[in-house]
Design a protein around this ligand. Structure first.
Ligand code: 13P
Ligand code: SF4
Length: 337
């Protein structure tokens, strides 16, 4: 029998010894379960640090699909764990708190998508990975922020595209690909939509030599390009990036200060990648309450009790699999468009 090291809902981070005991217990239980621990870049720092792999949605989906472990513990939000289950149906997929949802994924239902498709027969449906399994089952190709442009660019120009559910990512893709026949669902993430252009312009004016790392889900992405167009910020300093690409760019940039427009959990991974750079959140209140439901105590409980297990019904999973499989192949060396 194992003992609980911390009370449910509290983090054990009260001292060096408690932290070390928690980390040791997590590692022991993960080994016992033959589990691989995956953490999204928005997770709490202690969760990012204990994970076997920390990354963006695309990288984590690829790892879930190729891992040898019999159990995947997904420290992220529910649609990410569902995507892992779709890709690896034979594995046990656990999430430390199944209530960790996503306001963006909630912005379109399967019924709404079916009705939209009926208005545009023959259109290619491109869904962001931040969608439920039911929506993925109605989708032709899924994408993430790091390959959305490649996915849409790979569709013949004369074909109509329905892009969902994020309007800001959709606007970014439409701008970059110059695509005309592209309809965009008016969904948004409450965290990213709250990072606004006025705030960004103010921070950029205070730090004229800083790079701007901007997630394409942000309400301020258009404003950043406008600032560049107006000459308020040097165009080469404006970088619209997925969370994983932000980490790569942090290693490459020569900037001393970087203003970061995305969920604040990202700052931890950036500081680890480039400790000499001063990373500053454009909006330090941009915290996703769903991502933060994955506490150290919840992770411990998950590994100890095998909860919460993620299930996707077999019919929905098999319908959704082709679109998700295409997503992980596109942009991969030797993997499609
Ligand atoms: P990335 O795909 O850039 O990790 O973004 C995911 C996201 O928005 C999760 O909320
Ligand atoms: Fe969803 Fe937004 Fe949270 Fe990402 S940050 S999980 S898009 S609610």
């Amino acid at each position: 029998m194992t003992t609980t090291l911390v009370p449910e809902g509290l983090t054990p981070f009260g001292g060096v010894e408690a932290n070390a005991a928690w980390a040791e217990e997590v590692r022991r239980l993960a080994k016992q379960r033959d589990a691989v621990l995956l953490a999204h870049n928005y997770q709490l720092p202690e969760i990012q640090d204990i994970a076997d792999h920390t990354g963006d949605s695309l990288a984590l989906s690829r790892i879930a699909a190729s891992s040898d472990a019999s159990t995947i513990v997904f420290c992220g939000v529910h649609f990410m764990a569902e995507t892992a289950k779709i890709l690896a149906p034979e594995k046990t997929v656990l999430i430390p708190d199944a209530r960790a949802g996503c306001s963006l994924a909630d912005s379109i239902t399967g019924d709404q998508l079916r009705a939209w498709k009926a208005e545009h027969p023959g259109a290619v449906v491109v869904s962001y990975v931040n969608t439920t399994a039911e929506v993925k089952a109605e989708t032709d190709i899924c994408c993430t922020s790091s390959n959305a442009v490649d996915v849409v660019a790979g569709i013949p120009a004369d074909q109509e595209v329905l892009f969902l559910p994020d309007q800001f990512l959709g606007a970014h893709v439409k701008r970059v690909t110059g695509r005309e026949k592209m309809h965009i669902w008016a969904g948004e993430c409450h965290v990213h939509a709250g990072i606004n252009g006025a705030e960004l312009a103010e921070r950029a004016a205070e730090e004229p030599s800083a790079d701007l790392f901007i997630h394409p889900e942000c309400g301020c992405a258009t404003s950043a390009l406008y600032l560049a167009g107006e000459g308020a910020v040097a165009p080469e300093r404006v970088k619209i990036l997925s969370t994983g690409d932000m980490v790569h760019e942090a290693r490459d940039t020569k900037a001393k200060t970087v203003l970061v427009a995305t969920e604040i959990g990202m700052i931890h991974q950036l500081r680890k990648a480039a400790p000499d750079i001063d990373f500053r959140a454009v909006n330090d209140r941009a915290s996703c309450r769903y991502m933060k439901m994955i506490t150290p105590a919840a992770l411990l409980r998950c590994l100890r009790d095998g909860l919460d297990e993620v299930h996707v019904d077999v019919k929905t999973a098999s319908k959704a699999r082709a679109s998700v499989q295409r997503m992980i192949e596109i942009g991969q060396p030797g993997g499609g468009e």
